[in-house]
Design a protein around this ligand. Structure first.
Ligand SMILES: [Zn+2]
Length: 316
């Protein structure tokens, strides 16, 4: 792989380029956090389900950040401090109030899946962080030790149990996503159970407790398609927060010996095929094969190997 390709995959990843100053050191300072909320430049991103509101829908979607004053002069407990954008404080909050009408989604709302591929680096960081923290608060209202309702501290980055004083932190679940490559520079793509006949992608799975990311790569490929890769060849290509609900995808290329016939496990992967560059281009061009959308690290792993963009994509 050339240096240029190495740069391009990271440049083109959804996020990972830090824009916000996350001011971890100030999260515990209630006075500063209150002052941030009251700052005239302070804004808040509201998460409705998996959706956010857009200021502009095209050509490049931009998020609508409301002045914090629209939610009151005092910060609601549930509002979390995302950080400073320049000098301007930015907060996030979840609004799970059922819509009053017949359930139609307002037309100015969209989800990360819909708009993520074209968002600015700042908006990508805002929406992925808001989704990840919001999903965690939604699903972790109680202490995992004693079951008591926990209280939110450190501007939304910790929940503390008032009974046993235990601290609970937002979780991020690491998953590996990998493109196996053989000595002839062919790649192995798999089709997951339940997918359309034409959909193919990289292989993926969660890192298990006690396991390195490299070991998870080797294990997942062996489990899902019965192909061996050499752990010494596992090459980190970039990462992508994937807050559905709380993952980070660690992307890899991994290399194995030739002439390994894939044996799909039938449980997760029902079909797996090796592709040369020409074969994959032709299959994508004709629509026989559809690869994941441009928002995904899976596609970037494939295109980093291919050397340029490929045609077509699947859409859910
Ligand atoms: Zn407790």
């Amino acid at each position: 792989m050339t240096a240029a390709q190495g740069r391009s995959i990271r440049d083109r990843l959804l996020v990972g380029r830090p824009v916000l100053n996350r001011v971890d050191e100030l999260r515990g300072d209630e006075g500063r956090v209150a002052a941030f909320w009251a700052d005239p430049s302070a804004t808040v991103l509201v998460l409705y389900g998996d959706d956010v509101e857009l200021q502009e829908a095209s050509p490049i979607p931009t998020l609508r950040l409301a002045p914090t004053s629209t939610l009151g002069t005092v910060r609601p407990d549930a509002a979390f401090l995302l950080g400073l954008d320049g000098d301007a404080p930015v907060f996030g909050i979840v609004d799970d109030t059922p819509s009053a009408d017949d359930g139609d989604v307002p037309s100015n709302r969209a989800s990360l899946r819909q708009i993520g591929a074209t968002l600015s680096a700042r908006d990508s960081e805002l929406i992925t962080t808001t989704m990840a923290l919001g999903n965690w608060h939604r699903t972790h209202p109680r202490c995992s030790r004693c079951g008591a309702a926990t209280v939110i501290e450190r501007a939304g980055w910790v929940r503390r149990c008032p009974v046993d004083d235990s601290l609970h932190f937002p979780r991020t679940d690491p998953a590996v996503i990998v493109l196996p490559i053989d000595p002839f520079s062919r790649v192995l793509l798999g089709r997951r159970i339940g997918w359309d006949q034409s959909w193919f992608s990289t292989l993926a799975g969660f890192v298990e407790p006690g396991e390195s990311a490299e070991s998870a790569v080797v294990r997942e490929i062996a489990e899902e398609v019965g192909v061996e890769v050499d752990p010494a060849t596992v090459q980190f290509m970039g990462s992508q927060p994937w807050p559905f609900p709380s993952s980070i995808m660690l992307g890899f290329h991994a290399f194995g010996r030739s002439n390994q016939e894939p044996k799909p496990d039938g449980e997760e992967i029902v079909e797996a095929r090796w592709f040369t560059r020409d074969q994959l281009f032709e299959a994508c061009e004709s629509g026989e094969v559809k690869i994941p959308p441009r928002i995904s690290i899976a596609r970037h792993l494939i295109e980093a190997w291919y050397g340029e963009e490929l045609p077509g994509q699947w859409s859910r």
